[in-house]
Design a protein around this ligand. Structure first.
Ligand code: AMP
Ligand code: GLY
Length: 423
């Protein structure tokens, strides 16, 4: 079969690699892809925002299955565009992707269906939001309602900071129309865990757990980023926690979406906070995580095409997920200055060290080919993943492999997975 993957990040490189391993696949395309993906798939220069262009391509090439990576096209309705043309596509429709696209939607859903999450209020006027801040405790959490490149969440330590945040989001529109509505949420403490789950509209099949490191600097300091590194599994996500989440979070979320006439087909990414009172939902995403996917898929044994097809056909009951009994760590190599200002266009060397190794992976994110060389082309450049018999071994190997790569302005966190050494 012919498969098209939409996106250009490390997540999509990990998805493409996994799809390329399926014996069912004869031709693999990626739009627009990146320098690393070109080794596994034919990259097609069509932007992820060009839904019509992508559907035209899928029709013309006789693509049998399209897999959508990023949030923007899912929330924007790319799946609906493909389905209207009778094209097979993996991902939630627009009316289901809203679970990521609107924080107030997801908070209202959780409240209505008694899914554990932080307490909250929603505001459309900055005066009312500021009035409310006089009654709340600190720290408090401000969330722009819509998509904001993962940056629309502000944790405010006192009233002044929070008022400033309300102005930034609602008046100055730092995140554009995503800030037309604001959610003010209770601050939770605990370990964070990401769980990605395959969904067929009715059933939900969670994959192994992972933990991200969102802040730019060691010790969880600095600005929020897309994610600076991950490990899988999370030792904090025990069998009891998993059982609790299946019963009280994953299944109720699927049932809630169905009850609302918004059947969810695709990947439901549940961001959890393991609080003293039990696991609670931090956020939902409607897609694979980045860089969670770079540690989860290398550990998955199933043919991913079979799982995608079972989701689309509503037959997830025919699938049992199987993961290696090992661990994986991914360290993101970024450009110094990310997530703010950084330079691009530096040549990357050392990529050849990863060839022919089964337990080391280099997932490209912000890279491109220039005159036959691979050069930096974004904030997050590469994801260096290693697997090992346990997290400690995987961590040691991942950091060893970060030393094989050089480029000017290379930056990484040095404490990815350090928390696991405390357990
Ligand atoms: P989100 O984009 O909703 O995942 O938020 C980004 C990050 O902000 C999360 O990964 C958490 O670290 C933090 N965060 C979000 N909501 C809360 C909350 N209610 N309490 C504490 N931290 C939060
Ligand atoms: N790594 C977090 C995300 O993909 O949203």
């Amino acid at each position: 079969m012919k498969v098209l993957v939409i996106g250009s990040g490390g997540r999509e490189h990990a998805i493409v690699r996994k799809i390329a391993m399926s014996p069912k696949v004869d031709r693999l395309y990626c739009a627009p892809g990146n320098a690393g993906i070109t080794e596994l798939a034919e990259c097609v220069d069509i932007a992820v925002s060009n839904y019509i262009g992508l559907a035209d391509f899928a029709e013309r090439e006789g693509i049998d299955l399209t897999v959508v990576g990023p949030d923007d096209p899912l929330v924007g309705g790319i799946v609906d565009v493909f389905e209207e043309r009778g094209l097979r596509v993996f991902g939630p429709r627009r009316n289901a992707a809203i679970i990521e696209g609107s924080k107030s939607f997801s908070k209202d859903l959780m409240k209505k269906y008694h899914i554990p999450s932080a307490g909250y209020e929603t505001f459309t006027s900055s005066e009312k939001a500021i009035e409310y801040l006089k009654t709340t405790g600190f720290p408090t959490v401000l969330k722009a309602d819509g998509l904001a490149l993962g940056k629309g969440v502000l944790i405010c330590n006192d009233y002044e900071e929070a008022v400033c945040g309300v102005h930034q989001i609602m008046e100055e529109k730092q995140f554009g129309s995503a800030g037309d509505k604001l959610v003010i949420e209770e601050f939770m403490t605990g370990r964070e865990v990401s769980v990605l789950a395959f969904c067929d509209g009715t059933r939900v099949l969670p994959m192994t757990s992972a933990q991200d490191h969102k802040r730019a600097k060691d010790g969880d300091c600095g600005l929020n980023t897309g994610g600076m590194g991950t490990f899988s599994p999370s030792p904090f996500y025990t069998a009891e926690v998993d059982e609790f989440c299946r019963k009280n979070i994953y299944r109720p979320t699927m049932d809630a979406m169905k009850a609302e006439g918004r059947d969810f087909v695709g990947i439901l990414f549940v961001g959890l906070m393991l609080t003293k009172e039990g696991p609670k939902v931090l956020e939902y995403n409607a897609r694979f995580g980045d860089p969670e996917t770079q540690v989860v898929l290398p550990r998955m044994k199933n043919d991913i095409i079979e799982v995608f097809e079972a989701c689309i056909d509503g037959k997830l009951d025919s699938i049992a997920l199987d993961f290696e009994d090992n661990a994986a760590v991914c360290v993101v190599l970024a450009a110094e200055g990310y997530p703010e200002h950084y330079e691009k266009g530096y040549p990357i060397s050392g990529l050849e060290h990863f060839q022919g190794k089964e337990d080391f992976f280099v997932f490209h994110a912000g890279t491109k080919l220039a005159g036959g060389n691979v050069v930096t082309n974004g904030g997050r450049i590469l994801g260096i993943t290693a697997t090992g018999k346990d997290l400690k071994e995987a961590r040691r190997k991942a950091y060893e492999a970060t030393g094989w790569i050089s480029f000017d302005n290379k930056y990484m966190r040095n404490d990815i997975g350090k928390a696991i050494e405390e357990v």
